[in-house]
Design a protein around this ligand. Sequence first.
Ligand code: A2P
Length: 273
Amino acid sequence: MTTIELNSGFHIPQIGFGTSKSRTPVESVPTALQIGYRHVDTAQMYGNEAEVGEGVRASGVAREEVFVTTKLHNPNHDPADVHRSFEQSLQALGFDYVDLFLIHWPLPFLEIDYVDTWKTMIELRDSGRAKSIGVSNFMPDHLDRLIEATGVTPAVNQIEVHPYFANDQLREYSKSLGLAVEAWSPLGKGDELGDPLIVELAQKYAVTPAQLILRWHIQRGDVVIPKSDHRQRAEQNFDVLGFELDESDMAAIGGLDKGEEGRRSPHPNEFGK
Ligand code: A2P
C-alpha cells in the first residue's frame, strides 16, 4: 500500500475508504479492510462513527494497522464543544485515539473564529489522542490565517477534487505550504464515470472508468477516499496501482475541468450559511 508522509511525521495510506452516505458501514468497512484498505474516513456529520468503529473491530484487523480519520461537525467549533465532541467521537468509535482529526468546514462567517477552533485542535494533538490534525474545505486565506496565528500547519486539506472540478489552484497552494491533499468525492459522486473521454480512456487501459479516474488522482499525488457499498466496486477502487496513465492522457483528463461550474458542493465560504 502506497503511503504519503504527512508533515506530522505519520504516514497516510493513499487510498482510503470513504463512508459519507454509506448505507451499510457495519458491513462495508470490514469488507474494505479484508480487501486491503488500511484507511477509513468518517465524520461527526455522517452520524456513523459507531458503525465505522464496530466495522473496524469486526474486520479482525488490528486497530493500529488502520488509519482512521474523523472530522469536527459544524455546530462544534466553540473550543469547549471541540473537546466535548471529540470525546464523543472517541467513545462512538470505541477507540482511544484517531489518526487524523479535521475541521470539516471553515465557516468563516461564524462568530467563533476557526483560528480558535484550530488552537483547540492543537491541544488535542498535543494530548496524543489525535495523532495528526488537519482541515477540510479550507481556502488559501483560511490556511494562511491558521498558520500565521499558531505556526502549526495542518497535516492535510481534504477538498473536493474530481475531473470536472480539478481544483488545481487550491491543491497547489496547499501542497506549497506542506499539506497533503485529500480528494473527496474523487469520482464526482459517480456522475463522471459515463463521460465519453473517461469511458474511451478506460477502454484503452482495460480498466473501469472508476479505476481510470482514481489512477489520475494517484498520479497527481493526492490521497483518495472513494466510497462504495458494493464489494466489487470497493475491490476495483483499491486495485489501481497496476497500470500507469501516460502524460498526454493525464493532461486530457485534466482538460475536463470546468472550473467553478464543476463544483458539487457550495463554495467553502458559503457552506453552512
Ligand atoms: P455505491 O456506493 O452504490 O457503489 P464519490 O466517492 O466520488 O462520492 O462517489 C461515490 C459514488 O460512486 C457512490 O454513489 C458509489 O455508489 C459510486 N461508486 C463508487 N465506486 C464505484 C465504481 N467502482 N463503479 C461505479 N460506481 C462507483
